[in-house]
Design a protein around this ligand. Structure first.
Ligand SMILES: Nc1ncnc2c1ncn2[C@@H]1O[C@H](COP(=O)(O)OP(=O)(O)OP(=O)(O)O)[C@@H](O)[C@H]1O
Length: 412
């Protein structure tokens, strides 16, 4: 059973729940096959089989964390939560905890069917260790939060599942728990109530309380949890960052080995992203200016493009490309420093302006923009700036399309 942790921990966030080598066995009774029954008619119709819902789990949970327990159906989430809450005894191992636990587990658990909502509030609160006087003081708040004032004196057997959850959640959160255990039950409430509960959970987080939630709503895990455990066949197959836990679950992995393959891949991806972010920080295109020899431009006019570049280190080899795009988002021309001048110089850390001269452009009528991208020695795109420096081109309409030419015609 769950027992109080004895020695207070010295570190800042003490361990409030310690699951130590917990296993849970259920005995499943199954009907025997027809053959078995014919061969042994006098024996019982059922045979018992051991089923291990939890297999030697050890988990420490620090105060102030919000833990998401996720995993496929039947992976042991609810069983683990019940063992932590002291509702189920582990077959072996033990759970230690510090502080008051409020558990919102199975629908209606802890509620007595023949008692009214009011009576159940007192019953539930007393199970959570709250005195009658304290419950008296909080009663109105509990009922108001639940939003079921009209039914508070009705026997709970007439409640809808949503009404149960409203009252049970309200009692649990108003009993000042240090640790709140929430099973999927919240999904039963309507959306406004779910939001109210989630806001309450946020409040609890800010107050430094510990929350463990079982949910199939994976966005709740990434939005709310500071840590997530993925269970698979009674084992913890992942314990760590909520984003990774969700990725592992989404990819359908069920064993520790399979999950570790994904974890390694995620770590590699993260390292690559980090490296890319570091490299992106090395250069920035801050401005692009276009200077046509005439505005609007006419066929045969020259265009100058200036790109302001700021780099955080020296670059021996580098490249900067510009492209002209028309109003249909088609690239009509591109060039780079390496194309325009294969012998261009290295650049030092600091500010630079790169000038491109584009003489004698013959552009169809329309609006154009310029994009620029800066590449390092490995051709990695450090930074790009799209669709800056707009300018207009004008023609005498002697031709149309992707090209302009001053078309002439004779008829013979
Ligand atoms: N009282 C019980 N008797 C026998 N088997 C049980 C009992 N409670 C749970 N189990 C079995 O233990 C396994 C784990 O169940 P549990 O409810 O913990 O899973 P879960 O991960 O919460 O699943 P779900 O996502 O479907 O809620 C299941 O195979 C279930 O059938």
């Amino acid at each position: 059973m769950t027992s109080p942790l004895v020695a207070p921990a010295a570190e800042e966030a003490p361990i409030v729940i310690a699951v130590e080598n917990v296993s849970k066995r259920f005995i499943i009774h199954q009907d025997k096959s027809i053959k078995d029954r014919l061969l042994h008619p006098n024996r019982t119709r059922k045979h018992a089989e051991d089923f291990w819902a939890l297999r030697d789990l050890s988990i420490n949970i620090d105060a102030g964390n919000t833990i998401g327990l996720i995993g496929p159906n039947g992976s042991g989430k609810s069983t683990l939560l019940k063992v932590i809450g002291g509702i189920l005894a582990p077959t072996s191992g033990r759970v230690l905890h510090r502080g008051r636990i409020a558990a919102l587990l199975e629908l209606g658990a802890g509620f007595h069917q023949d008692l009214t909502g009011r009576e159940n509030v007192y019953l539930n609160a007393s199970i959570l260790g709250v005195s009658k006087e304290e419950t008296d003081a909080r009663f109105d708040e509990i009922v108001e939060f639940s939003g079921i004032e009209k039914f508070i004196d009705t026997q709970v057997k007439f409640y809808s599942s949503g009404m149960y959850v409203r009252l049970a959640f309200s009692v649990a959160v108003h009993c000042n728990p240090d640790i709140l255990l929430v099973d999927e039950v919240l999904a039963v409430g309507d959306e406004p109530f779910q939001n109210k509960c989630l806001n309450k959970i946020r409040e609890f987080q800010e107050e430094g309380r510990t929350i463990i939630m079982v949910t199939h709503n994976l966005s709740q895990v990434t939005d709310f949890c500071t840590r997530a455990l993925v269970l698979g066949q009674g084992n913890v197959i992942y314990d760590g960052a909520p984003d990774d836990a969700v990725a592992i679950l989404r990819e359908g992995f069920r064993t520790i080995e399979e999950a570790s393959v994904v974890r390694e891949r995620l770590e590699r991806e993260r390292a690559r992203e980090e490296e890319a972010a570091n490299r992106h920080a090395l250069g920035k295109i801050t401005d692009i200016r276009t200077m046509p020899s005439r505005t609007p431009m006419h066929p045969g006019d020259d265009l100058e493009v200036e790109v302001d570049l700021e780099v955080a280190r020296d670059f021996e080899r580098w490249n900067l490309g510009i492209s002209l795009t028309n109003g249909l988002k088609q690239m009509v021309l591109m060039t780079t420093t390496s194309r325009a001048n294969p012998n261009y110089e290295p650049i030092n850390a600091g500010q630079h302006t790169i000038r491109f001269a584009l003489p004698g452009l013959i552009l169809p009528r329309g609006e154009y923009t310029v994009s620029a991208a800066f590449f390092d020695e490995t051709h990695f795109e450090v930074h790009r700036l799209d669709d800056a420096g707009a300018f207009l081109a004008e023609t005498d309409d002697r031709s149309a399309g992707m090209q302009y030419t001053p078309a002439a015609v004779t008829v013979s």
